[in-house]
Design a protein. Sequence first.
Length: 459
Amino acid sequence: MKLWGGVFLGQTDEAAGLFHSSLPFDKRLYKHDIHGSIAHAQMLGKQGIIPKPDAKAIVNALNIILAEIESGTLVIDETAEDIHSFVEAQLILRIGDAGRRLHTGRSRNDQVALDMRMYVKEEIACVCAGIIDLLESLLSTAKTHTTTIMPGFTHLQKAQPVTLAHHLLAYFHMFKRDYRRLVNCYEGADAMPLGSGALASTTYPLDREFVRKKLGFSRITENSLDAVSDRDFCVEFTSCLSIIMMHLSRFCEELILWSADAFDFVKISDAYATGSSIMPQKKNPDMAELIRGKTGRVYGSLMGLLTMMKGLPMAYNKDMQEDKEAVFDAADTVNSCLSVFCAMFQSLSFNTENMYKSALGGYTNATDAADWLVKKGVAFRDAHEIIGRLVLYAIEKNVPLDKLTLAELKKVSDIFDETVFHAISVEACVNARNVPGGPAESAVLKEIKNSQKFLASVR
Ligand code: ARG
């Protein structure tokens, strides 16, 4: 059944009908659509815009339609133009004239804006839950590795020693920001657009506040034109999702590297690896690679949305129907990536011995050797030069800095004495970095405490 036949003399071309139908993908909005319609009908009845008995009949029938879709007895058949038309057609099929009054003071333009906002709010809650799970796992693993020394990298070259806890907490903060961004995005989406009509609101005395309260929104939209043409909340949500994927992809990349022979810092459990069809020895980190790969897909949704909205004149344009697949796919992708990643992370086993050995190589204590000289009064630029020469000498001898003899050190600078050896052990290097935010155990324990407080506040 069409909602708009009156002015048309001709029929829609069959292929064009299929082409413009959004039902194949917007059917997942059935629950939001029906809840929105129930609130609208209740308000119409309360305001005396439609007869109260009709409003009652509409609400009853909508509840039955919802239950039937949920139980599978009513199948969304995909012949309607969109989910809004499908629900309304079902309603009219069941209760006739009363059902024909539901759309009073409403347009599919404000209806679809409402449905999408309800959907986005719900999905934000779901993604947030996934992030909290991951934050909890990160924190509990970090707690057990506050003294697990590993090399920190810049340019993927060994740089300075840190701890595994410090490294994992860096990801904690990245995902914590993601959480906060989502909360902010929720606030943006939390405005109720019904009452905006097709574009210029309505002549009926709608009680928008009543509908807002019924549907659990914190405010109503303030301009009818903006309300039906705004998809900022979709763009913002997809941006949040893109940043989450960017973070996950970086983490996955590190796990892929760390599980490679050359690093051997971590073992990914068999549950999250796959084999090769030809090479019997292979165990590949496919899940991590796939999450890294799916990042492109979520970015694609964001780019698609931004490009779709670019240059659109006020107010609603059919282009905007393209928002759905982008937002749905991005949300589904992120939800599944977060849950697989979190489980994979929990099953990792860290090769702490190799991490430690790796931190001993690569002259990760060179900065500390220079700092030791500075504390003896040498200017940092001179200290840098002295240690640089020392590293060059040590590389030629193929030994770490702390395995050079005091005599060898003295050849480069006579300021050196025995105490330098203690100052440049990797343990000393880490523990000397005890400023807030540093890798020293004392600093990391404080960071963990604050992070626990954050988690307690969002749980
Ligand atoms: N299926 C449409 C969408 O998703 C619903 C709004 C239709 N409005 C209209 N004026 N054609 O955007």
